[in-house]
Design a protein around this ligand. Structure first.
Ligand code: TRP
Ligand code: SF4
Length: 327
């Protein structure tokens, strides 16, 4: 093994194609090379869903099922739920003592969320501390590498500041520095051409039925300059083409050609894409359905994962308490 990785997702909604191409495909490859920890960050989800957490447990089970269906293997990786390992919160507390308020208030993700999220009240104590808990998630396992999206890089920088500060305050080199690992896959836009997001409801979920996928594809935004069938299209400006490029790369040149020469219309092009996505997700869809019929099996996998995670986390926490001098 080349080192340890840790990553996580918040169970706030269904997983979709963005998660598959932006993270899961990569995690599946990484688990062969690294000692891997994958965490369902339910406490982080609570920071935004605290008013109505009723769907959290369902999303947690579905998230686990999606991961397993996509090929995260519990024999290779530790798959667990954040709230099952209480040491995360202990380390978060230890860090909270010295993290400067201003550093958190200036965090770009914090400022952006406060600006953009209007459906939830996020001016809370916990939400400000979001990246401190994330630092604890990472450092409690002494992860070397954290596979994340670009938006999360400030949180990794903060993690390194926090680990370094702890080491220097208490005179022990407990925490190593961590590196983000960014995926090279270009971001897929939502079916309406906007950023793919749960709040816009513009994604194709891994668990969507064939019928739903086809319906969503038929409503996708296309090249706005191609109005009539005889208008030549600009595939490089079309979101549908971007999906082809990612899902069926060897077929993309053909799409390019028929679009640019106005040989095939958008309706047909989108219909074909619906078939391709539906086929692409078929295996995942069946596996996740089978898993979700047997929730006890998912629970057992998560419990086993939590036991492994707890072992590593409690070792770090013992070192932390000793370094601080808690009796
Ligand atoms: N903040 C991450 C996100 O929104 C989720 C997360 C929580 C995470 N803890 C983590 C990611 C630790 C990597 C490592 O995507
Ligand atoms: Fe987009 Fe296909 Fe229409 Fe071209 S033919 S504009 S690629 S949907």
């Amino acid at each position: 093994m080349e080192g340890r990785i840790l990553s996580g997702m918040r169970p706030t909604g269904p997983l979709h194609l963005g998660h598959l191409f932006g993270a899961l495909d990569n995690w599946v490859k990484l688990q062969d090379k690294y000692d891997s920890f994958f965490m369902i960050a339910d406490w982080h989800a609570m920071m935004s869903e605290y008013e109505d957490p009723s769907r959290l447990s369902r999303f947690t089970m579905e998230c686990a099922a999606d991961w397993l269906a996509c090929g995260i293997d519990p024999e290779k990786s530790v798959i667990f739920v954040q709230s099952h390992v209480k040491e995360h919160l202990e380390l978060y507390m230890a860090f909270s003592n010295f993290v400067p308020l201003g550093r958190l208030e200036r965090c770009p993700t914090y400022k952006e969320q406060l600006r953009e999220v209007t459906t939830r009240e996020l001016h809370t104590y916990a939400f400000l501390g979001y990246p401190v808990l994330q630092a604890a998630d990472i450092l409690i396992y002494k992860a070397d590498i954290v596979p994340v999206g670009k938006d999360q890089v400030p949180h990794i920088e903060l993690t390194n500041d926090i680990g370094g500060k702890f080491n220097s305050l208490y005179g022990k080199a407990i925490f190593p520095s961590v590196k983000p690992l960014l995926t090279s896959i270009p971001k897929l836009l939502g079916i309406d051409g906007r950023k793919m997001s749960k709040s816009y409801d513009n994604f194709i979920a891994l668990g969507d039925s064939e019928e739903t996928i086809k319906k969503k594809c038929s409503g996708m935004f296309t090249d706005p300059e191609r109005i009539k069938l005889t208008d030549k299209g600009h595939p490089e400006k079309c979101n549908v083409y971007a999906y082809y490029n990612l899902l069926k790369k060897d077929y993309a040149p053909e799409v390019y050609e028929y679009c640019a020469s106005a040989k095939v219309g958008c309706t047909e092009c989108k219909k074909k894409l619906g078939d391709i996505i539906s086929d692409y997700l078929e295996g995942i869809r069946h596996k996740r359905e089978a898993l979700l019929k047997d929730e006890d099996k998912i629970r057992a996998i998560l419990e086993k994962g939590a036991a492994k995670a707890r072992k590593a986390a409690s070792e770090t926490m013992a070192e932390v308490k000793k370094a601080i001098g808690l009796v």
